[in-house]
Design a protein around this ligand. Structure first.
Ligand code: SF4
Ligand code: SF4
Length: 263
């Protein structure tokens, strides 16, 4: 029997909407092309006959750790692979599941389930990257298909791609959109958010919600000043940026500042 030299790949989901895995499925023809070059041995969402214990060359994991089971799954995947990719904004920054970590779990459970919460075993939602080291972080809510395909092609070539270092504003300007902040007084997170989506939202007349998480060195002070001159408060900026990357914004103290200073 011939030896299969294709790298063994696993794709996993923790607590999440599974949107990043769906994006991989949406690659369609490109996925078929990739299937000739990688051996997807463990992907519960997409196939049967999975191998849950073999060694993996590359593993992709999406979602947050929001239960003890998530943590166990994540640690098992980490132990099986030499290259782990945090897939999507939940895995990288916490995403939407972490947006209300400032409220106690009991309060959240009561609000959502009206008291009957015995069956829940959730813990504070935190990104996968808080618990295990990862070799690569691919943000996006969901991920961009072209970035995923580029990443896999690069890994097969023995390298990793650089993520865009420019903010969404850069891509927005190249599309000649009318700025949502300047012309509409919207709270647009484009100047603080990592580019790569082609400024999708402002290009459709909607302010950027920051779904790709912050760029590496956002100029918070300049942004806050710019917003303040348009009557937009700290609270609005911090709340909007916290929707997708709450842990980093809380670390920076923006949320607590927002509670004290509305101007
Ligand atoms: S609309 Fe948003 S992303 Fe576009 S230039 Fe203005 S602040 Fe930047
Ligand atoms: S414009 Fe902002 S919210 Fe919209 S896809 Fe891009 S990063 Fe996400």
């Amino acid at each position: 029997m011939m030896h299969d030299a294709r790298p063994k790949v696993g794709i996993f989901g923790l607590t999440s909407c599974a949107g990043d895995q769906l994006q991989i499925l949406n690659c369609e023809d490109e996925l078929l092309r990739l299937a000739g070059r990688i051996d997807i041995v463990d992907w519960v969402m997409a196939k049967s006959g999975n191998d849950h214990t073999c060694r993996l060359d590359i593993a992709f994991v999406e979602g947050v750790v929001a239960t003890e089971r998530d943590l166990e799954t994540l640690r098992q995947v980490r132990a099986r692979t030499s290259f782990l990719v945090a897939l999507g904004t939940c895995a990288v920054w916490g995403g939407l599941p972490a947006m209300r970590n400032d409220l106690p779990r009991e309060v959240l459970e009561r609000e959502v389930y009206s008291g009957a919460v015995d069956f829940l075993d959730t813990v504070e939602a935190r990104p996968a990257t808080d618990f295990v080291p990862v070799e690569y972080r691919l943000p996006g809510c969901p991920i961009e298909r072209h970035e995923f395909l580029h990443l896999v092609d690069s890994l097969l070539a023995g390298t990793v791609p650089e993520l865009p270092a420019v903010p969404v504003c850069f891509e927005c300007k190249t599309r000649e959109n009318l700025c949502r902040v300047i012309y509409f007084d919207d709270v647009c997170c484009g100047a603080m958010t990592r580019g790569g989506c082609g400024a999708r939202c402002p290009s459709h007349g909607v302010a950027c919600a920051g779904c790709r998480g912050p760029i590496e060195e956002p100029n918070y002070d300049a942004n806050v000043q710019m917003f303040a001159t348009r009557g937009i408060s700290w609270r609005e900026i911090a709340t909007r940026m916290s929707n997708f990357s709450a842990p980093v914004w809380m670390t920076l103290g923006l949320r607590s500042e927002a509670h004290h200073d509305d101007h």
